[in-house]
Design a protein around this ligand. Structure first.
Ligand code: AQP
Length: 339
């Protein structure tokens, strides 16, 4: 790590195997950013226990934490160059989150749409952790004074909250420049990959239907089968972007193709204009298999040596803690805690 200027931080929850949305919306950009800036990438295991009824089988959390770590590395995150660790090994995240719980306002959290979506009709049965999830996320980022946060579109509102918390802390404790106001980095044609079964819902790890998503661990046959079964309408592909209006499922598949091929959406439309979706789906399945197979193979090799994955996470947490500890110590002093 050189300095705190232009420091990137991002994380994913080990709630299940990562999917194509996580890869195209976030991970692919993480790998690119590594070449340009100092980066810290985290497996946010403390966030992962906020969902469901607040309970996750311990062995599932452990397995998913290692699997997500393997996915990061297999996709190109370099644990030598970049700090890669799991959140629970750095206690400064939880400590700062508590202080931020006392900075953030209830009214701010009440506006968070992800909580509304995830808690559904049974808000009173959700964990308190799910409600304060974005506060912990602000602590994750600001414990390092990170300036850039590559995320998918769905996290934009949480980033705005992190900026509000940083700003209020700076004002309340009369330290105008103490925390930077972190910027979301939302790039590429697939910032919001939708479910393969319902073009109005985002692709998600916790969707009950496995056919709604392509997992980074799916084999070639499964990927092809899921794409073939993906919902579309009966019209052929349009000859220009305008023709995708009101056709969410079609638009989603075209965006996925463009993101995987590193091409613009217009170029993809020009290539397949007027063709039936069955042809396009075959091409998309081939492309997805070509792009995901090397990642999948590497993940499998990495997961065969769990001790090595645990060692990488431990060493990454020591490096992370060396940055976070002095920042959080300074926060303690500003707040007025003794000791
Ligand atoms: N469908 C998506 N399209 C584009 N980006 C996405 N991300 C998630 N889903 C999509 C991005 O992936 C990163 C990690 O997300 P997360 O693990 O923190 O949780 P999430 O956003 O809640 O993702 P999921 O898959 O929907 O998980 P569950 O089901 O566990 O809640 C983030 O940068 C996110 O923007």
């Amino acid at each position: 790590m050189t300095s705190n200027r232009n420091l990137v931080f991002s994380g994913m929850q080990p709630t299940n195997t990562l999917h194509l949305g996580n890869y195209l919306g976030a991970l692919k950009n993480w790998v690119k950013m590594q070449a340009q800036m100092d980066c810290i990438y985290c497996v946010v295991d403390m966030h992962a226990i906020t969902d469901d009824a607040g309970y996750r089988r311990p062995e599932d959390l452990t397995r998913a934490t290692r699997e997500v770590t393997a996915a990061y590395i297999a996709a190109g995150v370099d644990p030598q160059r970049t700090i890669l660790f799991n959140q629970s090994q750095v206690p400064e995240h939880a400590e700062l989150a508590w202080i931020f719980n006392c900075v953030a306002r209830l009214g701010w959290l009440d506006r968070m749409t992800q909580f509304k979506e995830k808690s559904g009709k049974h808000k009173e049965r959700s964990s308190v952790g799910l409600y304060t999830y974005p506060v912990l996320m602000a602590a994750d980022i600001l414990a390092y004074k990170a300036t850039h946060v590559p995320v998918g579109e769905d996290q934009k509102q949480h980033l705005e909250l992190a900026r509000d918390i940083a700003q209020k802390f700076n004002n309340d404790y009369e330290s105008p420049e103490f925390f930077p106001l972190p910027e979301p980095v939302i790039t590429g044609p697939a910032t919001r990959v939708m479910s393969l079964r319902d073009g109005t819902k985002k692709m998600s790890k916790s969707d009950e239907s496995d056919f709604s998503r392509i997992n980074m661990t799916d084999d070639a046959d499964t990927i092809a089968q899921k794409i073939r079964k993906a919902r579309t309408d009966s019209e052929p592909l349009p000859s220009e972007k305008k023709g995708l209006e009101g056709r969410q499922e079609a638009e989603n598949l075209i965006n996925i193709y463009a993101a995987l091929a590193d091409e613009g959406v217009d170029a993809v439309i020009a290539q397949f204009a007027g063709q039936q979706f069955s042809n396009f789906k075959n091409a998309l399945a081939d492309l997805a298999v070509t792009k995901l197979r090397p990642i999948n193979d590497k993940m499998r090799r990495l997961l065969a040596d769990q001790a090595e994955i645990d060692r990488i996470l431990k060493s990454g947490s020591e490096r992370a803690r060396a940055i976070a500890a002095p920042i959080v110590a300074e926060v303690r002093r500003k707040v007025g805690f003794v000791g």
